[in-house]
Design a protein around this ligand. Structure first.
Ligand code: EPS
Length: 406
């Protein structure tokens, strides 16, 4: 089992979210600023709701880091909920059930959310207990853990993880146009996306259409989903393994990204096209890449339909994961539901929500992708110190030499 892992705890309207990130190699530079930068990215996005105005997420490091360097001990983080001050009586961990809790209680499950599942599973008499933990607020904690994973990737291997929104509420980017403009220059594409409130690299006309769609959904009291693409650049070949099902990196990435609240579909590379394209236009040919500066032959893969993964192993090309986020289940135009106390048909519970959070979902999916890749990197190159892992990666790159040209 990988040493690098994380656990989160905390409720959306409790005092805060906590994260323990375990198995972080010693000697990694980690600053509160780096964590907070990622948290701030997660809070942005056209279509977010009132909560993001209340919160300015900040991670406080409670252990595992001294003078900006990790010690090998578990890293403990706290992200306080500013909204807690409005919920102290309703969400208190001590004392007795009272008027405040009663007012916040609900028993009309929202279709698509955790409410009904939790009612069956945990026998709840207040569905708030489910809402509070299942809320996507928890993704702030994941983003903080992911920020540490990003440092592992960057400092050991120079790997960077980007994302951008490709579809939103039925408005799609012009993919051929993006491919023609950026090709494999993911950094520039991501920079374009990062500069706007949709985190989308599409044209101004597409951004306007997306914003209009969000405005209309807000007026209609409904929510919108979309698709994000996550790209990790710089991963060496050989992460993951085909030797056993649970070591396949594609499967591990899919699990990590699918676990993000509201994600309903995960694809690796052009995986969807596998249902329509013949093999000769689906796979990526292998061609000689000429001599390197050290006079050894290199190989090239002119296309990357595999999304950087073949047989569950990274192949040196950018790792590309796409995730579809469903529309958020909490809606002003509430769907039909049943009051679980009376058995009567009633509209589902509604409280403050986002019209869409696809832009934020991209940041969270980056975090989960970074976490999974960092886990695979540390498994292969050593989990104890950054120095050991970096040296092991250098030696590995030395032996990554294809046979000499005939
Ligand atoms: C979120 C915080 C939540 C929601 C949203 C995501 O805060 P609140 O419930 O106080 O508005 O805005 O989560 C959902 C809508 C949901 O259904 O899970 C956040 O921090 O991202």
């Amino acid at each position: 089992m990988a040493s690098f892992r994380f656990l989160t705890a905390g409720e959306s309207h409790g005092p805060g979210l906590t994260v323990i990130v375990d198995g972080v190699p010693a000697g990694l530079r980690v600053t509160q600023d780096a964590l907070n930068r990622q948290l701030a990215r997660r809070q942005l996005g056209y279509g977010r709701g009132g909560r993001m105005i209340i919160e300015t997420d900040q991670a406080t490091i409670l252990g595992g880091v001294r003078f900006e360097k990790t010690t090998g001990a578990p890293i403990a983080l706290l992200i306080e909920n500013r909204d807690w001050k409005n919920w102290e009586s309703a969400m208190a961990s001590g004392g007795e059930w009272g008027e405040a809790a009663e007012q916040k209680k609900f028993m009309r499950p929202r279709p698509g959310h955790a409410d009904l599942a939790a009612y069956y599973k945990y026998g709840l008499s207040d569905l708030r207990d489910a809402l509070e933990r299942a809320s996507a607020r928890e993704t702030a904690a994941r983003t903080a853990a992911g920020a540490i994973a990003r440092e592992i990737l960057a400092q050991i291997a120079g790997i960077e993880v980007y994302s951008h929104v490709t579809r939103l509420g039925g408005v799609d980017v012009d993919r051929p146009a993006l491919d023609a403009e950026f090709g494999d220059d993911w950094q520039s594409l991501a920079a374009r996306a990062e500069a706007n409130d949709l985190r989308c690299a599409g044209s101004d006309a597409i951004l306007s259409a997306m914003r209009a769609r969000i405005d209309q959904a807000r007026r209609d009291g409904v929510t919108l989903g979309g698709e994000v693409e996550i790209i990790a650049v710089g991963a060496p070949p050989g992460l993951g393994s085909y030797a056993q099902w649970d070591r396949r990196l594609d499967g591990r990435l899919a699990q990590a990204v699918m676990s993000v609240q509201a994600v309903k579909s995960v694809t690796i590379g052009a995986g969807d096209d596998g249902a329509t394209r013949a093999g000769d236009v689906f796979h990526d040919e292998i061609v000689p890449g000429g001599l390197s500066s050290t006079q050894t032959m290199t190989l090239q893969r002119p296309t990357n339909r595999a999304g950087g993964l073949e047989a569950g192993v990274s192949n040196g090309r950018p790792v590309i994961v796409r995730a579809v986020m469903k529309p958020i289940a909490t809606m002003r135009k509430a769907l039909a539901s049943v009051n679980l106390e009376t058995g009567e048909s009633e509209a589902a519970h509604f409280e403050r929500s986002d019209v869409t959070a696809v832009a934020a979902c991209g940041v969270v999916c980056e975090a989960m992708t970074a976490f999974t890749l960092a886990q695979a990197l540390l498994e292969k190159f050593g989990e104890d110190t950054v120095e050991d892992a970096s040296q092991a990666l250098l030696r590995y790159r030395e032996r990554l030499r294809p046979p000499p040209a005939p």
